[in-house]
Design a protein around this ligand. Sequence first.
Ligand code: F0G
Length: 356
Amino acid sequence: MTHYTGLINRYRNRLPVGANTRIISLNEGNTPLIQLQNIPRMIGKEVDIYVKFEGLNPTGSFKDRGMTMAVTKAVEAGSQAIICASTGNTSASAAAYAARAGIKAFVLIPEGKIALGKLAQTLMYDAKIIQISGNFDRGMTLVKEVADHAPVTIVNSINPFRIDGQKTAAFEIVDALGFAPDYHCLPVGNAGNITAYWKGYKEYATDRVCGNRPVMCGYQAAGAAPFVLGEMVDNPETVATAIRIGHPQSWDFAWAAQRESGGWFDKFADEDILAAQKMLSQYEGIFCEPASATSLAGAMRDIKSGKIPEGSKIVCTLTGNGIKDPEIAMMQCADAKPVTIDASLDAVKRAILDGL
Ligand code: F0G
């Protein structure tokens, strides 16, 4: 068996790198596709649901797929610094890959609106963090403006190399299953990821690696649902801070994915998103971050209603790791505080009997 060295090396013939390109990688990709065992039974429908657990990437989110490409190409072009706006995951990923490459990372984040773990990561990777008193959309506007005035490469998903890297998740799914799923469910924020998956599935279908393409189902938080409303949202709000976005950059690409695949967008209350996050942890042992659980919330609703019919094979992308957002997890489990007892055998025995 050969040592896995990241998605660029694995899918080199489908990515814009040359034989002499210096690859900036942390061995991202190759994430597990896990079939759910208990939740489908609880829904009471005959469906196969798989989750693509992107929280197991090196910085804990799917962003690493795009970042290995974006930073590789930035370095190849001679760039000394990268910049992004972020709700937290892109900033962590950009910071890590910049550290790996030995270049500088500047990240604009909405003050007080990114999960604690993401902030801690970004600090540890030693990025220059610029907090703004505005949301992600404002940060995105500023990044686009400043890139015209300073020697920095934008590594948000408006950078096409990000999309190229992220499309490899679709390749991995087809390579694992031997076919494309009937439905692909994922959370939509800035809409880069739905764009990337659709690009990957189309590429494999065109090249006859698989015979089918999935219906793309994009799910949003109710307070940040421009695709469901059909118009931009100026003051997005949701507990799922990763997708607290009202002006998605990949607007046209995401609509194309919906149209071409025969898919749809839908929105979910914060309570539904958090309930799906808890279910995945409690019944499957898979701890993803709140935004990620939007994909399962959507799949469950559409399976129950029959919009996704029985017999379907469904993949839900779990975009980020639950450990990134400990504050939400503690809030979710506020009623399940650890018991404190004497450090004696008797007390431990009693605690076990009480807990059975
Ligand atoms: N899930 C998570 C965990 C995310 O961090 C993001 C986006 C999304 C879903 C939505 O993906 O933007 O491609 O539609 N996070 C970006 C960030 C915006 O800055 O980390 P999308």
